[in-house]
Write a protein that binds this ligand. Sequence first.
Ligand code: FAD
Length: 623
Amino acid sequence: MDDGIDYGRYEEGRSVNYWSLDRTLQRELRRTYADEEFEWAEPRLEAFGETVGHTIADNADYVDDHGPELEPYDKHGEVQNFVRYPAEQFENERLAYEAGIVADSFQVPPGRDEPMPLSHNLAMQYLLCYADPGFDCPVAMTAGAALVLEKFGDESLEPYLKALTSRDYDDLIEGAMFLTEKQGGSDVGANETRAEYDHDAECWRLYGEKWFCSNVDAEGTLALARAEDAPDGTDGLSMFLVPHADPEKTGDPVTKGDLLEDGPLAPDEVNDQLYRRLKDKLGTISVPTGEVEFTGAKAILVGEEENGFRQMAEMLNLERLSNAAASCGIMGRVLLESKIYAANREAFGKSIDQHPLMRADLVDMAVDHEAAAMYVFEAARLLSKRERAKRTAEDGDEADDVYRLMRLLIPIAKLRTARMAVDTASYGMEVHGGNGYVNDFVTNPMLRDAQVLPIWEGTENVLSLDVLRALEREDAHEPLQEVIEGRLESISHPVLAETVETVESEYHDLMGALATLVGEDDEYAQLSAKRLAHYIFDVFTAALLLDRAQEGLENGNGRTALVAVRFVANELEYPESRGITDGERFALEAFDSIVRYAPVDPERLSKVDGVGNASDRIRGDRR
Ligand SMILES: Cc1cc2nc3c(=O)[nH]c(=O)nc-3n(C[C@H](O)[C@H](O)[C@H](O)COP(=O)(O)OP(=O)(O)OC[C@H]3O[C@@H](n4cnc5c(N)ncnc54)[C@H](O)[C@@H]3O)c2cc1C
C-alpha cells in the first residue's frame, strides 16, 4: 500500500524529478487533459521534470548570480543593443524550447495529429518555475505573441509566427510585450508612443519611450502605439511587431541560431531604437528588463489599426494565466523544499515536522498549493477549450459561456495565486530558519522572484477592477452560478455534507453580495472589488475541491476530501474564539495524507477530527 512520499530520504529539492514528486500537478492534468492528451504528455512531462530538476536548476543558480548584461553601444559608439547572456542561459533556453514548451501548443508535435491545448504550455511553465521563474517570462511572452499572431497576423507576419513556435532552437525567436510607459503602466490608455507611416520606406515607424521591457532584445516584440489622429485612450492604440533587428536589412527574422553564430548585429542591421539600460531588479534576474527609446523603429502592423488594446487583451489572458501557473510552480518548489527541510532538520529532539505547529504550517501550505493549482488548471482548461473552438471555427453558445466564465476566472487566478506565491515563499523561508534567508538556499531567489508576480501583468487592485468589468460587461455571474451550483448538487457523500452546507451558505451570500453591488455606485463597487475577487476564488475553489473530493471518495481515496475540508475551514468558516476553543486536531491527523500524499480509506474519514463532525467535536470530550 502506498503510504506517501518519504521526504526524509531527500537532502533538498534538487537533482530530483519535479514532475514525479508533484502529485498535485499530475492529478490536475489527468483531470483537465483529454485521456489521449494525457497519455501523450505524461512521459514528456516526466522527462521535462527531470531536466528542470537537474540541468535547468543548476544553470538557473548560475544565471541568478551572473545575469544578462547590456552593451548598448559598440566600441565606435554606434548603437548595437547587444544583450550578453551567460552560456548557461542559452542551454536552458535550448532545453525548454526543444522540449516543446511553446511549440507543442501551436504546431503538431511528433506522435500527434493536432497541437496540444494551451494548458500544456502552462503545465510546462509551471514545472520550469520550480527552477527559473525569470526565464519563464520570455517563455510566456513567446507563447502570448504566437497566440496574437495566429489570431490577427497577416502573411507578412507568418515568418515571425513560424519562428516563435519553432521546436528547433536555432530557428527560434522569442516574444515580448512593450506596454508600460513612464506615465502609464496600469493606465495603458495614457500611452504616448507614436506610430507614423513612412511612405518612402513603406513601413510604420515608432517614436517614444517604453519604461519596462522584459526580454528587451526579443525579435518578436509586440508594442502598442498611437497613429496620428487616432483617438485618446485605449481605443486609439494599434499593435505593432517591432523586431530587434531592422527587418528590411535582415530580411528574415533574426533567430537565436543567427545570434549565437554571428554575435551582435552590425550597426546598420540594428532597428531604430536604443536599449538605454537594464533595470537593477530584486529578482527574475534571468530576464533582462530594459528601458527602450524608439527613434523611428521599423514596425509591422498587427491586425487592424486601433484594435491594438483588444488584441493585447487576448495576449494578456494567456500572460495572466502564465503568471498564475508560475505562482503555482514557485509554491510547488518552496513546498517541496520545506517538506524536505522539515523532515530532516531536528529541534528539541525530533524532526521539526513532528512538532504540531509545523505540521499545521505544512498542511496549510499544501492545501494552498493544491487549491491554487486546481483553480489555475480549471481556468486553463476553459481557455484551451475556447481557443480550440476558435481555431476550428466551431464557435457557438457553449464557447460563448466558456469565454464569459474564463474572462472572470483569469484575473482572479492571477491576483490570488500571486499573493499565495509570495506568502508561501515568505513562509517557506521561515521554515528553513536562518538558512532560508541566505542566498545559498533557493528560498531566497524564490521569494525575490515571487515578489514580482503580484505586480506585472496587472496589480491586485487593477485586476480587481477587471473583475468588476467582467461581471458588468459579460454578465459573467451567470456561467459562474451554473458551474458552482452544478458542482455542489453533484456531491452526495455523507462525509462531505457539513462542508457542502458551509459552501452553499457562502455561495448564497456571495450571490447576495453581487446583487447588492449591481445597485451601488461605482465608487462603492470599487471599494469592494478586491474582497469580491477573493470571495469568488474561495467559493469557486471550494466547489471544485468538493467535486474532486467526491470523485476521490468514489475511487476509494479520501485524501482530497481532507484538502477540501481544510480549505473550507480556513477560507470560509469563522470559528468562535478563532478556533482556539474548538478542540480540533485536524492538522495532526491529516498530516501524512495531505503533506505526504498518503491515501486515506474513506471509511476512516469520519474519525478524522474536523471532518463532518464539527458539532460532535464542540460537544465532545476532546477538550
Ligand atoms: C520586473 C518587471 C518587469 C516588467 N516587464 C514589463 C514588460 O515586459 N512589459 C510591460 O509592458 N510592462 C512590464 N512591467 C511593468 C508592469 O506591468 C507595471 O509596473 C504594472 O502594470 C504597474 O504599472 P505601474 O508601474 O505604472 O504602476 P501604477 O499604475 O502607477 O500603479 C501604482 C499603484 O497604484 C495602484 N493603482 C493604479 N490604478 C489604480 C486604480 N484605478 N485603483 C486602485 N489602485 C490603482 C496599483 O495597484 C499600484 O499599487 C514590468 C514590471 C516589472 C517590475
